[in-house]
Design a protein around this ligand. Sequence first.
Ligand SMILES: NC(=O)c1ccc[n+]([C@@H]2O[C@H](COP(=O)([O-])OP(=O)(O)OC[C@H]3O[C@@H](n4cnc5c(N)ncnc54)[C@H](OP(=O)(O)O)[C@@H]3O)[C@@H](O)[C@H]2O)c1
Length: 329
Amino acid sequence: MQKRKLGNSNLQVNPVGLGCMGFSHASGDPVDNKTAVKTLRQAYEMGYDFFDTAEAYTGLFPDGSISYNEELVGQALHNVRDKVVIATKMGVHHNDDLSLRLDSRPQTIRQSVESSLKRLETDYIDLYYQHRIDPNVEPETVAETMNQLMKEGKIRYWGISEATGDYLRRANAVCPVTAIENRYSMMARWHESIFPVCEELNIAYVAFSPMANGFLTGKYTPDTKFEGKQDYRAGMPQYTQEGYDKAKALLELLTGMAEEKQATMGQLSLAWMLCKKPYIVPIPGSRKPERLRENFEAGNIVLTQEEISMIDSRLETMRFEVFGGHSAK
Ligand SMILES: NC(=O)c1ccc[n+]([C@@H]2O[C@H](COP(=O)([O-])OP(=O)(O)OC[C@H]3O[C@@H](n4cnc5c(N)ncnc54)[C@H](OP(=O)(O)O)[C@@H]3O)[C@@H](O)[C@H]2O)c1
């Protein structure tokens, strides 16, 4: 498995990174701390070297206590710190109704970075993302704050999540951006228009929700029940009957190709983006060791450019219902 260099940085990572969010946030009740830390450590031992977390990844245990995702990552990895790349994010806070509060003011970023460093049990963050664009703060202001944090050694590189081309260019002009972290999967391709900007500015594309929140694994049916307010999948359009009906042709395509390639559907959905562009790094999430291994192994699957073009031309004929705000592609 050949490592990938993240944009302009000297960070080298295996092709598939690990999205750690689900241990605390958005996948139902959090995983108990001991199991979560053990599983994250197992992920490291099976080869994962790029871990994605965020200050906003918190969840409530049934007894009302809080799971802090960064703490889990810190506990699992602090004694192999120099062998892993840790990415975390600032600028998003969750209100009680789960709506987002955005705040990327310099003083808030400074408070966030100090808290994240403590929770992660480290004195530097490899890749620090602005989690969402704050409409009240100019990109130049955020970039300048990141520049200062780099000079102080608190962060090594920075990135932007759900970046737009214009914002990215303006921010990059002040302090070079190493990676964007945007939604991307076979069912969510609307950010492909930013690929040329990534290529021109030498910026990595870290793909979040790369299996369309698990949907592309083919392991779920319209009868699957996701329980409770803390499992965001319960409200996602791809998991409705209509969502399934619209994705039927894609699931069939994946089933056929998976058989041909002796791979799983989820692996194929990851291999598709890995083989499409050398600067894409998907960060699928799972809380289960056997699935972590399966996803990681997608980095060994080779699809030819002809196979990718065939998939792309089939995708062009399909319309999906998918979480993320765009239903067309
Ligand atoms: N920057 C952002 O704004 C943003 C937003 C969302 C996510 N993210 C990052 O991206 C990461 C991944 O995104 P995601 O969790 O939304 O979506 P995803 O990786 O597409 O899907 C994860 C879901 O699929 C299930 N799953 C994973 N591997 C599987 C397998 N092999 N077979 C069957 N089911 C499988 C997981 O359940 P189990 O845990 O039960 O296996 C989980 O519910 C997150 O962890 C987070 O770090 C970033």
